[in-house]
Design a protein around this ligand. Structure first.
Ligand code: PQ2
Ligand code: NAD
Length: 275
C-alpha cells in the first residue's frame, strides 16, 4: 500500500543555533521577541537598528546580554551579511525588507522577514518552553493570533512537572550511555528498549523526582538485571499525581484555598469566646 503524503505544510525542526551568528535588522516590538527567541537558543546576535527606534525590551537585552553586538545605524548592505548564518528583519519599511531578503537569497542565508510571509524561508511560531521541553504551534502563516490562543490552551493541559521529568530522564540516559557505551548494534537496541520501558512504566511526576542516588539504583537494580524497578524499590516515595496538570492546579488550587480560608474565618467567628 502506498504511503499517504500530506503536502502544503512546513518542516518542523529544532534548529541548533548555539554560537551561530544571527543578524537582526530592526529593534522595535517584533525584533524584541526575536531577540528573546534567539537568546534561548544561545546564538551570537548582531542587532542593526537606529537607537531612537529601539523598543525598551530591546534596549534591556542589549544592555544585559554579552551575546549581543549592537550597531546604532541603518542596514548598510552586503557588508552586513558577511559570515552571518541567519537573518531576521523586523523593520517598518517594506522596500528595505524586500531588498535585504533578495541579498540573503542570493547568498543562500536563511531569512525571516517579519512583515512579508512570501519572503520568509521559515516562520516563527507560538512557543511553550519548560526547561528542555519546547513546543511550537504553527498555523503556517494562516492565523498567528489563533496560534497564540491555541498555545494558551495547550499550556494548561501540560503535565505540571514535564520539563523537570525530561531533564531527569536526560540525566538517566547520559549515565546509561556512559555505563553501556556504543552506537547502534545490540547494546543500542537494549538501551532503547529499557529507556522506553522506564518512561512508560513510571509516571511523569515520579520521573521528575529522580535524583543522583535514585538514578544509580535504577541503573544498578534495573539496567543490570534487565528490569524496571518501581519508584519505591529505588528509595523514592510516589508523587501525588491527583493534581498534575497546570489546568488542574490553576482551576482547583485557588478555589480550594479560598474555601479553606472562608471556612477558617467562619470557624473563628462562630467559635470565638464571647464576652
Ligand atoms: C506566532 C508568532 C510568533 C512570533 O512572532 O514570535 C507570529 N506572529 C505572532 C503574533 C501576531 N502577529 C500578527 C498579529 C496580529 C493578529 C493577526 O494578524 O493574526 C499577532 C497577534 C498578536 O499581536 O497578538 C500580525 C502579523 N503576523 C504576520 C504578519 C504578516 C502577514 O501575515 O502578512 C502580520 C501582519 C498581518 C496584517 O498586516 O494584517 C506574519 C507572521 N507571524 C508569524 C508568527 C508567522 C506565522 C506564524 C503562524 O501562522 O503560526 C509569520 C508568517 C512570519 C513570522 O513572523 O515569522 C506571534 C504569536 C506569539 C504568541 O503570542 O504566542
Ligand atoms: N510577524 C509578526 O508577527 C508581525 C507582528 C506585528 C507586526 N509585524 C510587522 O513587522 C514589522 C516590524 O514591526 P514592529 O512593531 O517591530 O515595528 P517598529 O516600528 O516598532 O520597529 C521597526 C524598527 O526597525 C528599525 N528600522 C527601520 N528601518 C531600518 C533600517 N533600514 N535598518 C535598520 N533598522 C531599521 C526602526 O528604527 C525600528 O527599531 C512591521 O512591518 C509590522 O507590520 C509583524
Amino acid at each position: 500500500m502506498a504511503a499517504t503524503v500530506v503536502g502544503g505544510g512546513s518542516l518542523l525542526l529544532a534548529w541548533q543555533l548555539k554560537d551561530k551568528r544571527v543578524l537582526i535588522v530592526g529593534g522595535g516590538d517584533v525584533a524584541s521577541g526575536r531577540i528573546e527567541s534567539v537568546l534561548a537558543a544561545d546564538a551570537l546576535i548582531t542587532i542593526i537598528s537606529p537607537d531612537e527606534g529601539l523598543h525598551p525590551l530591546t534596549r534591556r537585552y542589549i544592555k544585559s546580554s554579552e551575546r549581543i553586538t549592537y550597531h546604532d545605524r541603518v542596514f548598510a548592505g552586503l557588508g552586513d551579511l558577511v559570515a552571518v548564518d541567519m537573518v531576521l528583519t523586523a523593520v517598518d519599511d517594506v522596500e528595505k525588507s524586500r531588498e535585504i531578503c533578495d541579498m540573503c537569497r542570493a547568498l543562500r542565508i536563511p531569512v525571516n522577514v517579519a512583515d512579508i510571509p512570501p519572503s520568509c524561508d521559515f516562520y516563527f511560531g507560538s512557543q511553550i518552553r519548560d526547561g528542555p521541553l519546547q513546543i511550537m504551534i504553527s498555523t503556517n502563516g494562516q492565523s498567528p493570533k489563533l496560534a497564540n490562543i491555541i498555545r494558551k490552551k495547550i499550556e494548561l493541559s501540560l503535565p505540571f512537572n514535564a520539563g523537570e521529568a525530561i531533564k531527569k530522564v536526560g540525566e538517566l540516559r547520559t549515565r546509561l550511555k556512559e555505563r553501556a557505551p556504543g552506537v547502534g548494534g545490540d547494546v543500542g537496541r537494549r538501551r532503547m528498549r529499557w529507556m522506553v520501558d522506564v518512561c512508560t512504566s513510571w509516571e511523569i511526576d515520579d520521573l521528575a523526582l529522580l535524583d543522583d542516588e535514585k538514578i544509580r539504583k535504577l541503573l544498578d537494580d534495573g539496567w543490570e538485571n534487565n528490569r524496571v524497578p518501581k519508584m519505591e524499590d529505588v528509595g523514592g516515595k510516589r508523587a501525588q499525581t491527583a493534581i498534575s496538570t497546570r489546568w488542574m492546579n490553576g482551576a482547583l488550587v485557588l478555589p480550594v484555598l479560598g474555601f479553606l480560608a472562608g471556612g477558617a474565618c467562619m470557624a473563628f467567628v462562630l467559635l470565638r469566646p464571647r464576652p
